[in-house]
Design a protein around this ligand. Structure first.
Ligand code: ZN
Ligand code: ZN
Length: 158
């Protein structure tokens, strides 16, 4: 297709009146599409009157259909994006909650570590543990000492 040739007769524009399609911008001789000269003049002088070629007129409904399906696709994508955004916000707030819990646990641990009560208890635990261990060892040593004495007595008696 050539924009410099009439849609109807495929000849060049020449001197005669012609109309231009407002959609595809191809032209046609006014005579070729049976448009009276006064209508041509009206079309030329008015900014609101438009002429469409047969091809564009027949495509019209298709373009409408296409536009509406693009619109519904766009709505679909928009809805999906919104859902994704909601999910993202949920995940973010969940992460925020988890962080808050971790922070509060950290704080509690810090408080425990710095609290005198906890330190005191820890020291008591350490002391009592050491006490038990040393007592246990002492007991065993006494047992061993007694055992050795018995053995010595037995040897002496022999
Ligand atoms: Zn023509
Ligand atoms: Zn056209």
């Amino acid at each position: 297709m050539n924009k410099n040739k009439c849609l109807q007769c495929s000849e060049a524009k020449g001197q005669g009146k012609a109309v231009k399609c407002s959609q595809c911008e191809f032209f046609a001789h006014a005579n070729c599409v049976s448009i009276p000269e006064e209508v041509c003049n009206l079309l030329d002088s008015s900014t609101n009157l438009r002429w469409f070629c047969d091809r564009c007129l027949s495509l019209g409904p298709n373009i409408k259909k296409l536009t509406s399906s693009v619109d519904s696709l766009r709505k679909d994508v928009f809805n999906k994006l919104n859902t994704l955004n909601d999910l993202n916000a949920n995940i973010k707030s969940e992460l925020g909650n988890i962080n808050a819990v971790i922070e509060s646990n950290k704080e509690k641990l810090n408080q425990l570590e710095s609290s005198d009560v906890f330190r005191g208890e820890l020291n008591t635990l350490k002391i009592s543990f050491a006490d038990i261990v040393s007592r246990g060892i002492k007991g065993h040593t006494d047992d061993i000492k007694a055992e050795v004495k018995t053995v010595q007595a037995t040897i002496n008696d022999a």
